[in-house]
Design a binder for this molecule. Structure first.
Ligand code: ZN
Length: 178
């Protein structure tokens, strides 16, 4: 199996507990935006190799406010909607629905464990796209879940901080037996 050269930060790595920095590189020179492109390429690579539906920059050791949502049906998430991957830079949450739903989540940074996590079913988000253009999107269901999961990585949280109790955690091996 092909493995990415990019190192993934796992639980216990302080970068996963840090507030990520705002990206300012679009206003910088050419070198800065090349760095941003490089970061995004590395994120895409890790996500594809590890079969993830989303990723946040701190997970590859870069404490910047960048996330990717790349939902598509796969073995782990057969019900996932198929979308073109979206890169969100400096994302903000404008509004969240008070209505929540519980669903299983896994994380590249928390290997072997899944959590049954309560998330808002609808979220309105603002972000800057890879061209530097501000966008405003309404996300629902699984897409809202991915966004909120990845956004948490930018504010130093993982899904372990979001489960109601330890009873909502399970090992992937145990989950497979169900
Ligand atoms: Zn994660």
């Amino acid at each position: 199996m092909y493995n990415s050269k990019v190192d993934v930060a796992e639980l216990g790595n302080p970068i996963l507990q840090a507030q990520a920095q705002k990206v300012v590189s679009f206003v910088g020179g050419r070198r800065e935006s090349e760095e941003l492109q490089h970061t995004i390429e590395q994120m895409r690579e890790v996500m594809q190799v590890r079969n993830g539906v989303g990723i946040a920059a701190p997970q590859i050791g870069i404490s910047q406010q960048i996330l990717i949502i790349a939902s598509r049906p796969n073995e782990r998430y057969p019900e996932a909607p198929l979308i073109e991957p979206v890169v969100m830079i400096n994302p903000v949450i404008n509004t969240v629905s008070s209505y929540t739903e519980k669903g299983w989540e896994g994380c590249l940074s928390v290997p072997g464990i899944r959590g049954f996590v309560s998330r808002a079913v609808q979220v309105n988000v603002g972000f800057v796209d890879i061209n530097g253009t501000p966008q405003c999107w309404e996300l629902e269901g699984f897409l809202a879940r991915i966004f909120l999961h990845e956004y948490d990585h930018l504010i130093g949280l993982t899904f372990l901080d979001r489960v109601d109790s330890v009873a909502d955690l399970i090992s992937e091996n145990e989950l497979a037996k169900r």
